[in-house]
Design a protein around this ligand. Sequence first.
Ligand code: Z15
Length: 859
Amino acid sequence: IDTIIPLKSRNIWNKHQVKKFEDKEGFEGRFIGHVETTLARSLYNCDDLAAYESTSLSVRDNLIIDWNNTQQRITARDPKRVYYLSLEFLMGRALDNALINSQAGSDEPTSRPMVEKSLDELGFNLEDVLKKEPDAALGNGGLGRLAACFIDSMATQNIPAWGYGLRYEYGIFAQKIIDGYQVETPDYWLNFGNPWEIERNEIQVPVTFYGYVDRSDGESTTLSPSDWIGGERVLAVAYDFPVPGYKTSTVNNLRLWKAKPTTEFDFAKFNSGDYKNSVDAQQRAESITACLYPNDNFNQGKELRLKQQYFWCAASLHDIIRRFKKTSRPWSELPDQVAIQLNDTHPTLAVVELQRVLVDLEKLDWHKAWSIVTATFSYANHTVMQEALEKWPIGLFGHLLPRHLEIIYDINWFFLQEVEKKFPKDFDLLSRVSIIEECSPERQVRMAYLAIVGSHKVNGVAELHSELIKKTIFKDFVKVYGSQKFTNVTNGITPRRWLKQANPKLAELIGKALNDPKQNFLLDMPKLTELAKKADDPEFQKAWDLVKANNKLQLADLIKDTNNGVDIIDREHIKDTLFDIQVKRIHEYKRQQMNIFGVIYRYLAMKKMLKEGSTIEEVAKKYPRKASIFGGKSAPGYYMAKLIIKLINSVAEIVNDDAEIVDLLKVVFIPDYNVSKAEIIIPASDLSEHISTAGTEASGTSNMKFVMNGGLIIGTVDGANVEITREIGEDNIFLFGNLSEHVEELRYNHQYKKTELPPELAQVLKSIESGVFSPENPNEFKPLIDSIKSHGDYYLVSDDFESYVATQELVDEVYHTQKNDWIKKSILSVANIGFFSSDRCIEEYSETIWNVEPVKPET
Ligand code: Z15
């Protein structure tokens, strides 16, 4: 290996090699060092924020040492590497996770207890210090959080893998609730700087947009090396985030790009006296990575978004290729050295960019290049919903990326020839699978089709979903390629964050029960099956229930905080109040509207009993204590989702203030749901709701998180709910509703036949229309009602409502009259949730899609 330092200087370098801190003494030295020099503060003005920064910098020092060793080891062994391209990484906080994942010294399995003790002696409380960290909220929902779980598992399993994404200055907006309405405020998460990022000013990649393809030589064709004369140039600067594995010294890298102006200067403009405009144009570069698009499962089709995508793909590929070239291998070996995983279609331009680099810059033959490209990429699909599928009008596309559009036309041309050869004269099929959709007012590039054609494997994210894509949106591609190209990798979650970090007391209890106090089970979650033996043990049940009750108290604190310090939840009755939670992005397909209709139904039924002379005790018997808890953000432009939020808050206001039902029912909307709040909310659930219209939720991942924390599920037969049921047993989950194979027919019926509302739902809608929840404006929620009554009830709320309500009553019965049985279900569920560790996902991807192996640190 080449180095810059001459051999004779090496011993000085080695003598002063920085060492990791291994004990309290070491940590304290680092901590105070960073306070006094890095932060230029002292013991007289070190507050919690400074303590957070200094602790982070100290822990980061250790991670960087391991990071360096990891990268050197990988460079030396030169194995095949994985690059995980995701436009979102919803990381949450880093410090607690780093304390848990890293080891310092040998006594404790993690450095957390040591640092906690140290901080205490230094005059700080770790919990308070941890709260100073803002969430890294560079994602919308499930897709971004999945990427975060996956990079944790890749590091934990010693897979040589890097994540590539964008360093948005503004993450997902912060949500305020004002008068019941969602109000968005910017999330300037870098306000106090960011101790977790390493700015790599030496790594700057130029990226070009616009311009034209120069064919003035009269010889080049679109298939031969072509000259793209770019119009606008910006620089991509690398920012690196260490990704520590659990109980391993492997530290992988997450590289995020920031856009900045080039130092080139438009002298033409300057000389014509247009200095201001010349500078302005440069400044616009920064807007490329200014903000995350706040839509989940929705494609808005804005030019800036396409610009983000190309900026990120071009910079990442440049980086990947530079690394590959250092080893001077022939291009044909690229797929043996590099696997690039596309997280949804957002990075599909990387396929085209690699083809461009190989043909235009490296002068490879088109077909040779294309076989290298397709062997390198693989694509994961995360949705079947039409409004989420990315399509770009060719006008917009060709303007921004003229050469890439030519390449796509050629990719499509050769692909369609292949199809034609297999299915001669099937012109219908050709137009159905074409990467270019012929439609008015303009032709569009279908990114999902491009991703399929450009990859060697395509996977869905849960069994049901993977079957569904083969039967629906990608049916014709199964016909063309055969079904071997399509596979399934069911999603998973990292048990480090979602069990140990979020629920340390439960992790501890499990560790004890498994005779595994060092919690090695977190690396081998199927080991949890041993817990089943304890499911009937009354002592164990009691301890289990106590952990849950404590978690519920912590959530009650959070709810109180968001309610101006006023308690909504009755702490005296915390153990016999069923916490029923639905937290996720607000979307009609996820059916928060059905949940709140269910709450209204319950409220009306309680009121009716009272009116007809029942005592409150009789009401409590039928409708025992329940807290119905919601959280989630709506896309700022999603009118219906915002109206659902308002309805929830309006119902909360009426129900919570109704003295007649004396605290038997409470409704809470927790503002600004994010990863760090999820870590408090999820461990506190008795029941969580995963009630999407069958066939719409590709997988869902919070369902796994809730079960891993001992919560039960009420859910539809959709996404990963199906496999969760298979793993934990039907007795331990409350399933209801129509199956996905009936959805088409039910929708047809709503459109073309007369369908009746079930009486339970009719009642609910009537009360809303009469203004019970919006006295000053009875029409406020009309659009929600119309979508069911007049616009075909696309999400089939009316078809599932009766079984939903009936199932909720069954839930009440089990929770309130067979509590031991409930706890047993909870224990058995956790015992059998091991399959959903993201470690298992990464093993499957590594073996069946990426063909990569771990590179273990020598111990
Ligand atoms: C998103 O969060 C998901 C899919 C998408 O296509 C986009 Cl754009 C965003 C979610 C799915 O809705 C969810 O079911 C799945 O669990 C998650 O991706 C991770 O696969």
